[in-house]
Design a protein around this ligand. Structure first.
Ligand SMILES: Nc1ncnc2c1ncn2[C@@H]1O[C@H](COP(=O)(O)OP(=O)(O)O)[C@@H](O)[C@H]1O
Ligand SMILES: [Mg+2]
Length: 366
């Protein structure tokens, strides 16, 4: 797997999934690979007893544990699951983890865009075969939705609200009747959804919005709002874990500096919340201060050190990358970032060491 940038969840965590399957004694919905209890452990972490000894399952999603439980229960029923929230709150990650754990496949996905058409959601044709053989099963190109129905697995619909509402609505009949009709195939054209089929949608609140989704479609989903991580310690852990994974995948042989990860977690947290730890109010940038962005800022600084600076990590470079990340949408955010660094330089330098270097190395204060 060394050759791939990001193997799917079921491949990356194959050992954990096997250990969970070997120890799983919980009740299991028809056609699921694991019980809801084991799926929960896969996502939230824990220890399991397998016939060959204890196995450690890593924690993958931080934050709202009961949201994860509710999401799993929703998927065991006949309504779809819709994860909504700001970009970078791990909606995609969560839907991949759920699909891999429940169905063993996380790649049965439609990516919603402004150009998504109804045949991308339902089915299309291989025109060469269609011309030579006429409409037949062989000439049919099934969509992830159709594959999900036939195999009894989940179909993931990413960024569903970026798709025009009338196209989204082609899901309604499938979700209410659990049937997809392919009129061209005549009597053979009726596809019934097998047990285990369901849909996980994700939607960003910053995009066109869930408001434009039709009421009829909304009623077929249970909505869960995924909030940004609000705990600095958890955010720090995510930055460390993700940066370590990315470094490993990129063959960058440098340890992740946990103090720097904390610095970045604090910066992101305080800018997102609009106040510093001691209560000073700071203006929030209009850019989204997501954990995913923090991870990417750290990893860029790490790569810079690896390729240009013989593995010497430079905090000045980190702040330059931070400026790029925060100010990409709105130049006024630069003033806000500068103001934050000024505030921080007053109340954080007493914490000494790293903060002092971080703030003094920052061109933001010059
Ligand atoms: N609550 C969280 N728990 C674990 N990782 C998180 C969390 N929030 C954000 N992340 C990190 O952010 C990354 C990006 O998340 P992603 O699933 O692409 O977000 P979204 O689909 O909501 O835009 C994840 O891979 C993970 O590293
Ligand atoms: Mg996403």
């Amino acid at each position: 797997m060394d050759n791939f940038i990001k193997p799917p969840v079921e491949v990356r965590y194959a050992d954990e999934l096997a250990a969970l399957a070997a120890s799983d004694k919980g009740r299991r919905p028809e056609n699921w690979k694991l019980s809801p209890r084991a799926v929960r452990t896969f996502i939230l972490g824990g220890k399991v007893d397998t016939p060959s000894g204890k196995a450690e399952i890593s924690k993958k999603f931080y934050g709202n544990d009961s949201l994860v439980e509710r999401a799993i229960i929703t998927l065991a029923g006949s309504r779809g699951l819709m994860l909504v929230g700001e970009p970078g709150t791990a909606k995609t990650m969560l839907s991949e983890l759920l699909s891999a754990a429940c169905c063993g496949v996380s790649t049965n996905t439609v990516q919603g865009t402004a150009g998504t058409t109804e045949d991308m959601i339902k089915y299309s044709w291989n025109y060469a075969l269609l011309l030579s053989k006429g409409p037949c099963r062989e000439a049919l190109v099934p969509s992830p939705l159709l594959i999900g129905m036939e195999q009894g697995i989940f179909a993931r619909f990413e960024e569903i609200t970026r798709t025009p509402a009338e196209i989204q609505d082609s899901l309604i009949s499938v979700m209410s009747d659990q049937i997809l009709n392919i009129p061209e195939l005549g009597d053979d054209g009726l596809v019934l959804a097998r047990q285990g089929f369901n849909i996980i949608g994700t939607a960003n609140t910053r995009d066109k919005g869930v408001n434009e989704m039709s009421g009829a479609l909304k009623r077929r989903f249970n909505f869960e709002t995924v909030e940004p991580v609000r705990d600095v310690k958890q955010e720090k852990e995510i930055i460390i874990r993700e940066a370590e994974d990315m470094a490993k995948a990129g063959h960058i042989d440098m340890p992740v500096d946990t103090d720097v990860a904390e610095l970045l977690a604090v910066t992101y947290h305080e800018l997102r919340e609009g106040r510093t730890a001691d209560g000073t109010v700071v203006e929030r940038p209009s850019a989204i201060m997501s954990t995913a962005e923090a991870v990417s800022v750290y990893f860029q600084a790490l790569s810079h050190a690896w390729y240009y600076d013989d593995s010497r990590f430079d905090l000045g470079i980190l702040t330059e990358i931070l400026v790029g990340a925060v100010c990409k949408e709105n130049r006024e955010d630069l003033a806000k970032l500068r103001a934050y660094f000024r505030t921080a330089s007053k109340d954080k330098t007493k914490e000494g060491g790293l903060w002092k270097t971080y703030l003094s190395s920052s061109k933001l204060l010059k």
